[in-house]
Design a protein around this ligand. Sequence first.
Ligand code: PFF
Ligand code: NA
Length: 456
Amino acid sequence: MQREQWNSRTGFILAAVGSAIGLGNIWRFPYMAYENGGGAFFIPYLFAMLTAGIPFMIMEFSLGHKHRGAAPRVFAKLGESLGFKLEWLGWFQVFIAAVIAIYYVAIIGWAISYFVFSITQSWGTDTNSFFFNEYLQLGDNSPTKLGSLQFHIAIPMAIAWGITSLAVFSGVKGGIERASKIMMPLLFIMVLLLIGRIVLLPGALDGLNYLFRPDFSMILDVKVWSAAYGQIFFTLSVGFAIMLAYSSYLPEKSDINNNAFMTVLINCGFSILGGIMIFAVLGYMAAEQAKPITDVVTSGVGLAFVTIPAAINLLPLPYILGPLFFLALVVAGISSHISIIEAVVAAVIDKLAISRKKAALMVCGTGFTVSMAFSSNGGLLLLDLVDYFINNIALLTSCLIELIILTWLFKIADIRDYANQCSEFSVGKWFNLCLRFIGPIMLAIILIKNLINTLR
Ligand code: PFF
Ligand code: NA
């Protein structure tokens, strides 16, 4: 059977960008930058992008393109060439992807609910209590048992699963590529519209000033550098099976280096837009409430579902800007979710030699059932733990193992040669240096730091 292929280069880049751009660009990057030196954070961030992000992306694109398989097959073939077993590394990554899929979809479900709430203006003035007590029903009463459905949470989650399943079920060209071609331009337009309106509001520029004002005193801090590297691995979706699967559908004639640069640059560019959007809103909110901005800055779930709704209450045209924001969140999330599921589906197709439709039904059906079982607020408590473990430990471990095995046991020069043969411009020897030394050292430092923090 011929392997499926992307229809066009743009289609592939949009799909890879769709995976990379996710909730992290909107609710993680801005806060990271703000906390780690503001404008000065861009120096370690750009450095991490050049020394880790781009080389890692080139490496994964090369491997997927060369071995034409999802992660388990890529690593199995690599292992064979040296006479040992490596398929497990692929399955480890697929496993991480599957776990992420389950909780990522929950957040997309919430964002779908909030899209509706932003139209009906249901969250009232106490957005904190609305989110935790009324929406998630965490209140004083003990959490609902696992497996008991709360329909107002389960239904939006089912919708998210529906969209993802449809894209993956319909194939690389007809599903994933087509969805990305609609979603990515839409996402950029929505975010630009939001920014265009919000930066004109009083206080917005003060917010941006907070984000971009450089605090160079932090630049020598290890914490800042490890934050930059951690964010780069997370934001690019590398190291856990996704980009391998996507690049395995590249046509024979593809420009690997160019594609990798484009994907990384577009993702990191979008992060800056995300930062502008979030800090403009926060600056406006702080000004309206006559509070210092430090009082309103947060990240993650609290930012998206508590602070932003409160800010939307204060915005002009809340019923337009509100839905735009949550739709952007949904689109950013779903395009990433599609890629996570595809990483799993592609591995199943390779392994069991079954059709895409069967594999998609199997994987999405299982995922859907599991996420329904965890959709009660009891699941939320787990979500927190899993999110912490995955982001701070599992992902980094997977990236580190992959880097060490690929650059120390194999000839990294071969990968560079391969990428260069497939590309219009070549990457120099710095590529080897980055992947063999800088990447693993930074990852090891971050990982050790996180492990120590966890055990504390
Ligand atoms: N790269 C995505 C982001 O920055 O939000 C994160 C992501 C996480 C993508 C998990 C895919 C994924 F499975
Ligand atoms: Na990202």
